[in-house]
Design a protein around this ligand. Structure first.
Ligand SMILES: *Cc1c(COP(=O)(O)O)cnc(C)c1O
Length: 404
């Protein structure tokens, strides 16, 4: 091939290697140095007076607007999100969700929140947003008619998440986004699970794509960060609001996140393969009533996932057939290769017990295909260990579950 390929023709694997690298930020080194900077100095008072006018992304101004380390990360994330004009970084995923909400909502507005959204998102609706005169209404994202009927004249925005937190339901994101647009509301998607490599949100009609970079982008369980990406108009709004809220991320963390980002593609592909192997194995076990893993053929939501997504990750859940919470907890305690902890998206495998009914007001738990007494769930985050070792560990831990 003699012609140089345009960046958008390159595959994600290729683009992720060089995304965000600009010689004016990195000089001759591969990675941007960690620019620890609060004060940015000006040549003279005339240049200082020009400052506010050159307060654009990628220009020195003052530390709260970042410096090349943060700019390189934001730029790389923008390059990976087709349709994005820019990306705002936040000190955590929750801060990104709050930043997006506060950028688009005003007192008196209604925000529709997916009933299976991450619990702190639900709590934000009932706490922060309610306190500021914004009304949260929860909806079942699998019921398009009920969703459509939930809009009113005051509905300004919709918060989506797929798959659902803990219970892993896969909704029809393009349809939900299209209905929001038709109703004049802004759609926001918490895309932490798939990342833009697995689901190109803006290309599917979403207006603001949010990620907890804490999870897969960081990828090594050692930093907290969030992001929101959008087209030109909403990006400006996000950026201004983030500035007003004083959101800035440390350059050390930005450098770590950028390092994590370079291997995101590999880690997601590996995790997805391993998660599928574990999910398949679990699905064949008599102790398991239902595997909640949209990537698994035959599992709930698989067809929608196949249609809309180009990738997955290592996070999924399953429900025991019968048993009780104590048996489920014995199983988790007997695992030796899975840590017990919140979060996910690191290189290491994790397991937690789940009881989503405490965080639902519109959807039911256990999910429909489960029988009467099947309700005790586990969420697994499959890391980079060999899947056969993880399966062997799960097999021995199932001995501890066996109802005696
Ligand atoms: C962890 C998580 C968040 C929040 O990210 P933090 O960095 O922990 O604040 C948001 N959404 C989802 C889906 C998450 O898993």
């Amino acid at each position: 091939m003699s012609t140089k390929q345009a960046p958008e023709d390159l595959s994600d694997a290729t683009r992720i290697v060089g995304a965000g690298r600009r010689s004016e930020w990195t000089g001759p080194v591969v990675n941007p140095p960690v620019w620890r900077a609060s004060t940015h100095l000006y040549e003279n008072t005339a240049a200082l007076a020009q400052g506010p006018r050159t307060n654009e992304d990628g220009r020195f101004f003052y530390g709260r607007r970042g410096a090349p380390t943060q700019w390189a990360l934001a730029d790389a994330l923008t390059a990976l999100e087709p349709g994005a004009a820019g990306t705002v970084l936040y000190p955590s995923g929750v801060a990104a969700i709050a930043g997006a909400m506060l950028a688009v909502l005003r007192p008196g507005d209604v925000v529709l929140i997916s009933d299976n959204a991450y619990d702190p998102t639900r709590s934000m609706g009932k706490g922060l947003l309610t306190d500021f005169g914004i009304e949260p209404r929860f909806f079942d994202p699998l019921d398009l008619d009920a969703y459509r009927a939930a809009f009113c004249e005051r509905t300004r925005a919709v918060l989506l998440e797929a798959p659902g937190s803990l219970s892993m339901e896969m909704c029809d994101l393009p349809a939900l986004a299209a209905i929001a647009r038709e109703k004049g509301a802004i759609s926001m998607l918490d895309n932490t699970w798939a990342s833009p490599l697995g689901f190109a949100g803006l290309r599917h009609g979403i207006d603001i794509v949010i990620m907890a970079l804490t999870k897969h982008v960081g990828g090594h369980s050692d930093l907290m960060m969030g992001s929101a990406s959008a087209g030109p108009e909403l990006y400006e709004k996000l950026r201004n609001r983030a500035q007003q809220l004083g959101n800035v991320v440390s350059p050390d963390d930005a450098a770590l996140a950028l390092r994590g980002l370079r291997t995101l593609h590999l880690r997601l592909a590996h995790e997805t393969q391993s998660a599928l192997a574990v999910a398949q194995w679990l699905a064949a076990r008599s102790e398991i009533a239902q595997v909640l893993c949209p990537m698994l053929p035959g599992a709930p939501g698989h067809d929608v996932w196949r249609r809309d997504f180009t990738g997955g990750c290592g996070l999924f859940s399953f429900v025991f057939r019968g048993g009780d919470a104590a048996a489920r907890n014995r199983f988790i305690d007997a695992l030796t290769l899975f840590g017990i902890g919140y979060s996910w998206g690191g290189f290491e495998s994790l397991a937690i017990p789940i009881e989503p009914s405490a965080y639902r007001s519109r959807m039911t738990w256990p999910p429909a295909p489960c029988g009467e007494g099947d309700r005790h769930g586990v969420r697994l985050a499959i890391g980079l260990e060999a899947p056969e070792d993880l399966i062997a560990d799960i097999e021995q831990a199932l001995d501890a579950w066996q109802p005696r």
